[in-house]
Design a binder for this molecule. Structure first.
Ligand code: DGY
Length: 319
């Protein structure tokens, strides 16, 4: 009997496919660039399992173009790159990689918050440009983070890890979620409505998954509610923020700064944001520590192994 075919559509780690080798025929794309949908269908023709990463789009066209497909294992906790409705229609299971990147991503949210509040990007560029002549009382003044009120929109695993770190900074934490969490899960944070959070928080962190319901949850009206001294951090997904409205708010000083790891239409970044000196921008590296990325790849492959062994994949996201 022929062995199942697993297509790994993007370079992972050199030995990531090892647990699959005794169980399946593995097709490995050695390139580090995502395949466009038409190319992915060609590349994965005849496969039963597909391993994708955050940058790989797996739309209905791919799912419907691969009739034998049974499983899509995403390397990433967010899976908005996969058309899950199309997967459900085709009876294809989808898995993600929760937990293993929680702490690394929470660290990065803090790097962006501290960096944007204390203007590390702007002042570093200025120093490298050879502009630093003398120490100055008023040089690169930023906003306090310690003792401030932090607003977290999206109090899932990563939101809670961000909140835990806030206690070390003596901060009060507000959060907004669709539902209020039981006290033991809220890390001492207080649930408030989104508008109240935007009005009251000194700094706001977005960490919700992207879906049509969360598209532009922060746009011009929401930015208008924030304090002029506030920092906005987006560590969730591009599309949660209206990037052009944000760039305008930054340019007009309606908020102080932003720390952004994700962008609408990334890897393209709105030119207006690139032109905003008070935006600290990083290329979707929230989970990019060696150990977190390794654990993400291993968990994605473990899901495929579960399926090959006839078990329920351990981190299945759809029915
Ligand atoms: C995730 O896991 O969703 C990350 O954004 C990918 O690095």
């Amino acid at each position: 009997m022929s062995r199942p075919v697993v297509a790994i559509t993007r370079r992972l780690f050199p030995d990531s496919d090892q647990p699959l080798q005794s169980r399946a025929e593995v097709r490995l794309n050695p390139a580090d660039t995502p395949l466009v949908p038409a190319r992915m269908v060609e590349y994965a023709a005849g496969c039963q399992a597909l391993v994708a990463t955050a940058g790989c789009q797996v739309p209905a066209e791919v799912i419907e173009g691969l009739p034998g497909l049974k499983l899509i294992a995403n390397v990433g906790v967010g899976y908005n790159n996969i058309d899950v409705a199309a997967a459900n229609r085709a009876g294809v299971m989808v898995t993600n990689t929760p937990d293993v990147l929680t702490e690394a991503t929470a660290d990065m949210a803090w790097a962006l918050l501290l960096g944007a509040a204390r203007r590390t990007g702007e002042s570093e560029r200025w120093l490298r440009d050879g502009k630093w002549n003398v120490w100055g009382m008023g040089l690169w003044l930023g906003a306090d983070v310690h003792g401030a009120t932090l607003g977290i929109i999206g109090m899932g695993r990563i939101g809670r890890a961000i909140a835990r770190r806030a206690s070390g900074f003596g901060m009060q934490v507000l959060y907004h979620n669709r539902r209020e969490l039981p006290a033991e899960e809220s890390q001492g944070a207080r649930w408030v409505g989104k508008e109240e959070l935007l009005r009251s928080a000194d700094h706001v962190v977005l960490v919700v998954p992207y879906s049509p319901a969360t598209h532009h949850i922060v746009g011009a009206p929401e930015l208008a509610l924030m304090k002029p001294t506030a920092v906005l951090v987006n560590i969730g997904r591009g599309g949660l923020v209206d990037d052009r409205a944000l760039a305008q708010a930054l340019q007009e000083g309606r908020i102080a700064a932003a720390g952004l790891d994700v962008f609408e239409g990334e890897p393209k970044v709105a030119p207006e944001l690139l032109a905003a000196p008070n935006a600290l921008l990083t290329p979707h590296i929230g989970s990019a520590t060696s150990s977190a990325r390794r654990a993400m790849a291993d968990l994605a492959i473990a899901n495929v192994v579960d399926w090959l062994d006839g078990k329920r994949p351990r981190t299945l996201v759809n029915p």
